[in-house]
Design a protein around this ligand. Structure first.
Ligand SMILES: [Zn+2]
Ligand SMILES: [Zn+2]
Length: 253
């Protein structure tokens, strides 16, 4: 890790910006490849109709999202150099605590932000572009309005400022975030049958959970867990009695 830290401290900003853009493009391609692989592998467990052909608008928003994610990474570098963001170097069991803390902090904050984004005065400007794609595909994870991308980025940087994690805990969280984002937009259900009834694990969001949010946008606002939807009564029912592979209902218009 030492050589990477030295590089981050000394690299010219223009080169850091280019490297972050390259990293985000690579991550985007990897996420799409993994997502499409899962869609093919679990094609027998489709939960939403096949998405319509790709639109130009969709591709432009996804490309903008990748560029803006790089801007957020760049802002993170500046905050780290200014010592607003700090991270620890240990790689022991405390890393797992960091991971759980980051997931829970982001899950709570993103639930609140997601509900606010559904308020009528913000929805059209901020969140509607994502909901335009009712029948999601892996690319839909990146189809967000630019303001929304920056909002999520600011939230993540705020959590990094508030909580001094290990670098490995942050890395694990970011990998988990991308994975769960891809899983949420597959349109097929890779989680095992009956997952929703498993203790503890059943409280983790499945693909069906987020697919239902795309269809009925007044429920299932959580990202990683069902905790906040259960607490605030926004969980689409009957969630626990549903088989995870049951087809989701038609969109409400
Ligand atoms: Zn979505
Ligand atoms: Zn939404």
């Amino acid at each position: 890790m030492e050589p990477i830290i030295t590089w981050l401290r000394e690299v010219p900003l223009w080169l850091a910006a280019l490297a972050f853009l390259g990293k985000n493009v690579a991550l985007f391609l990897l996420a799409l490849a993994a997502g499409e692989g899962l869609v093919r592998h679990f094609s027998h467990r489709r939960i939403t109709p096949e998405p319509p052909p790709l639109e130009r608008h969709e591709v432009v928003l996804a490309a903008t999202c990748v560029v803006l994610n790089s801007v957020v990474t760049f802002a993170g570098l500046l905050l780290w150099r200014a010592e607003w963001i700090r991270f620890r170097l240990d790689t022991g069991p405390r890393v797992l605590v960091d991971f759980v803390v980051l997931v829970l902090m982001m899950d709570a904050a993103m639930y609140v932000m997601h509900r606010v984004a559904h308020a009528p005065f913000l929805y059209t400007r901020l969140h509607a572009p994502h909901h335009r794609y009712v029948h999601a595909r892996p690319l839909t994870l990146f189809v967000l309005s630019p303001l929304e991308v920056l909002g999520f980025g600011a939230l993540w940087l705020g959590v990094c400022v508030a909580y001094e994690s290990s670098w490995l805990g942050m890395l694990l969280y970011l990998a988990f975030n991308t994975l769960w984002g891809v899983l949420g937009h597959l349109g097929v259900e890779p989680f095992p049958e009956g997952w929703v009834r498993w203790p503890v694990l059943g409280r983790i969001a499945t693909t069906t959970f987020h697919a239902r949010h795309h269809l009925e946008s007044d429920s299932n606002f959580g990202f990683y867990t069902l905790l906040w939807d259960r607490l605030f009564g926004t969980l689409a029912l009957p969630y626990f009695s549903r088989q995870s592979t049951q087809p989701t209902p038609e969109p409400r218009v």
